[in-house]
Design a protein around this ligand. Structure first.
Ligand code: CA
Length: 234
């Protein structure tokens, strides 16, 4: 269940930079150079976020944003060379979630996109993974909360209490990045009693157990300086 981002940008060199920065974070990127094509694509496919250039060959990105908002709440990050205050205010008033000015730092753009996704994905998937949703998505994991057990790719994991609680927490919101502190707050009844590093230790042993079942998949991702997330399907 990877996160899909639609990039609407007519300059190939800029599109390439954005695509690289976001793909590097594990996001799945589709690129459209025309407003018309982007609109058709958005009606056909659900996206988690749109990165939108304002100066497009076949119209203004603001116009496109206005049309998107008639039928969709998808988060929109405007990426524009125009730093006019009017554009910025208008963009945000029309329902954009963020406004990044060119030239931009690819890392900053990626961080801002991630921050928006963190907010919106938490809002959308606050409910824990239900068995029916697991089946529908054919995920790698099966969570049996009554027996405090987790299967991975059909094989039972032999987990310690903390490994189980960490994995269960990650699985409640796949792809969401949890900081070490957030994991500690959710898993340890007395977070002050243990050092942050022990999260790393448990993740390490957890990974080894996942590898024993499937050496290839490696579903837990480390986000340097941010924390951990879990992928539950290809
Ligand atoms: Ca442009």
């Amino acid at each position: 269940m990877s996160i899909r981002i639609l990039l609407v940008e007519d300059e190939p060199s800029i599109a390439e930079i954005v695509e690289f920065a976001l793909a590097n974070e594990g996001f799945q990127i589709s690129w459209r150079a025309l407003a018309r094509d982007a609109e058709i694509e958005l009606l056909a496919t659900p996206y988690d976020l749109v990165v939108l250039d304002l100066g497009l060959p076949d119209g203004s990105g603001l116009e496109l944003l206005k049309r998107i908002r008639r039928h969709s709440e998808v988060p929109v990050t405007i990426l524009s060379a125009r730093n006019a205050e009017l554009d910025r205010v208008l963009g945000l008033e029309l329902g954009a979630d963020d406004y990044v000015t060119k030239p931009f730092s690819p890392r900053e753009l990626a961080a801002r996109v991630k921050a928006i996704l963190k907010r919106t994905i938490r809002r959308d998937s606050a409910a824990p993974l239900s068995p029916s949703r697991q089946a529908a998505n054919r995920t790698w994991f099966e969570l049996d909360e009554d027996r405090a057990r987790i299967n991975f790719c059909g094989g039972p994991l032999e987990l310690t209490r903390y490994e189980y609680l960490i994995l269960k927490t990650l699985l409640a919101q796949p792809e969401r990045i949890f900081s070490r502190q957030q994991l500690m707050d959710r898993v340890w009844s007395d977070p002050l009693a243990s050092f942050e590093r022990s999260v790393d230790t448990h993740i390490k042993t957890l990974r080894a157990k996942l590898r024993e079942i499937d050496p290839e998949r490696d579903p837990i991702r480390t986000h340097r300086g941010l924390g951990y997330s879990v992928r539950i399907t290809d």
